[in-house]
Structure formats: C-alpha cells, structure tokens
Design a protein around this ligand. Structure first.
Ligand SMILES: [Zn+2]
Length: 315
C-alpha cells in the first residue's frame, strides 16, 4: 500500500499526517513550531513530527512514496524564503532537500494556504463549486482563488487577500505597508494590538490565559477561551477583525463574483460557523449585487486540511 506524508508548517504549529492511497489519514502528529533556532530547528521539528505520524501508521518515513509540505513564505523549487511567521527565516533555505535528507523520502514544497485550499477544492467545502475564494484566518490572513476548478496563481503571487487594502493610511502591516486586511485580522497583528492596549492600562484576561495554558503567544485557543469569558478586549479586537474580513472579502467578491467563500485557518477553524456568519454579515454590507451573494462556508477538513492538502502534492 502506497503511503504518503503531508506536513502543514504553520507559524504556531506543525501538523503532520500519513495518508493512504484514498487520502484517508492513517497516522498523525502535532507539535508547536520552534520559536528560535532558524530553519535547521524547523527542519528537525518537521522530521520529528513526520517520524511520529509514520510510527502511528506502522511504517518508517523512508517507506513513504513522498512527502508534501505546505509552507509560508516564497516557495521556489523546494526552497523557502521570507517566511516571516517562522523563526529567523528571511534568507532562501532549501527546505525540500534538507528534509529529504533526514526522512529518506522525496519532498515537495508548496504554499501552505494553496495546499489547504486545493484540499478543500478536491475533498472539502469547495468541491461542489466551480469557483470560490479561500480565506485562511490565522497568524496572518492568507488566501487563494479557485476559478473553473483550478487555483488561479497569477504570475505566482495571486490570492494575497491579507494584503488587500481595507483602510487607506490605516494600521501598519507586517509587510511594511499600511491599511492591509492582515494588519486588522491577522492573529499576529491582533496580539500586538492587545499588548499595546495592556501597556496603555486596558484590562484583559488574554495574557493570564496564555500563561495559564503554557503558551508563548495568543493562540486561536486562547482567543476562543477569552471570548467564552466575555473578555471585553478580546471581543473588541475580534469584532474589528471580522469587520475588516467582511470588507476585504466583499471587495474580492465584487471583483470576481465567485460562487462561494470558504473560511479556514487557525482562527477560522476554531471559531467555526458562528463567526463565519458574522463575517458573512459584514461582507453583505459591501456587495454590489447583494441579491445574489456567494455561499459563505467554514472549511470542512478542519485542522488537518493543510497537511492532507500537502500530501496531495506527491499524490
Ligand atoms: Zn500587508
């Protein structure tokens, strides 16, 4: 039986799976993404996670027919550069060859959100639609567009809904520009805003919860717990994110008139249907043709969608 590996390399966690010929998950492992040590530390963590997933499936990693990795940053022929959500990863690093050496199987690398959206198109929430927009709401805000059943890549950089402008001269984004959707809705930007508010005297349970649960960052789970407690700052920042997402998504729908919008990513998956509906309500305010809105749906493959999608790279 031909088994394949798939890894979703995120800014917060590394999700690894081993899948069989039908795409069914037969082994999995989840680990936090290293905070320091640069690319070598990340490669070690990827190899460790894959070994654990392979062990759960009863095989060695060298027996896998191939391993796909969904990675942030700029991907070119197995190398990754400018992965801002990974530790000290700005220069070009040969992820595929370095990981292949450790696990003894061929490795292919693709954009993380693209891999997850491909999986939703083939197996998940997008499979009944010829065209849809995927919005991956997590550490950053990623996106991908499927048109005629195929992902629209442009000249290689298409789909970056996180860097569409929702406010002229607005908040500063990680990319160095102003007013980007990600500067309002990215979990990284939300955490920076929360830290500023606390420094200015605002009360919140966010950072107590973070420490109590042994986290170094405000993860999607921590934001969720703060909302469960009706934490005012968390509610305010999540609402601000939802409003910005509605504006960004509405603009894309006006331009492309896609049949559906699929919301995934760490926050999207954690918050699920109720927040998908809130985003939909905000989007509706901006639609030029509101009588024929797209379906707005949560991603169907959940936390493992990115890793399953990555495994399709070597299918
Ligand atoms: Zn930006």
């Amino acid at each position: 039986m031909a088994l394949r590996g798939g890894i979703d390399l995120g800014g917060t966690k590394i999700e690894s799976v081993v899948v069989d010929g039908d795409g069914a998950v037969v082994g999995q492992a989840r680990h936090p993404t290293p905070h320091d040590g640069g690319p070598p530390a990340v490669i070690n963590a990827l190899a460790g996670g894959l070994r654990e997933a392979a062990k759960a499936a009863g095989v060695e990693t060298a027996e896998l027919t191939g391993v796909g990795v969904g990675s942030p940053g700029e991907i070119d022929d197995g190398t990754v550069a400018h992965a801002r959500n990974l530790p000290d990863w700005d220069d070009t690093f040969p992820l595929a060859s370095a990981l292949s050496e450790q696990v003894g199987a061929p490795v292919k690398v693709a954009n993380d959100v693209g891999a997850a959206v491909d999986a939703e198109a083939k197996l998940g929430a997008g499979k009944d639609y010829g065209s849809f927009l995927g919005v991956w709401w997590g550490t950053g805000v990623g996106g991908a567009v499927v048109i005629g059943g195929e992902r629209w890549l442009g000249r290689g950089a298409a789909g970056e809904i996180g860097h569409t402008v929702v406010k002229i001269g607005g908040a500063t984004c990680e990319c160095g520009r102003r007013g980007c959707l990600e500067a309002y809705a990215g979990r990284g930007a939300m955490e920076r805003k929360a830290r500023k508010a606390v420094a200015g005297g605002t009360k919140t349970d966010l950072f107590d919860l973070m420490e109590k649960h042994g986290r170094q960052r405000l993860t999607s789970g921590i934001w969720g717990r703060a909302l469960d407690r009706n934490d005012k700052l968390a509610e305010k920042l999540i609402h601000r994110a939802v409003v910005a997402l509605g504006a960004g998504i509405g603009s894309v729908v006006n331009l492309l008139d896609v049949e559906a919008v699929v919301i995934g990513g760490g926050l999207g998956t954690r918050f699920g249907q109720p927040y998908v509906e809130k985003i939909e309500q905000q989007m509706m305010k901006h639609l030029f043709v509101p009588e024929r809105p797209p379906a707005v749906l949560p991603a169907a493959l959940g936390d493992l969608g990115g890793a399953i999608g990555a495994s399709l790279l070597v299918g």
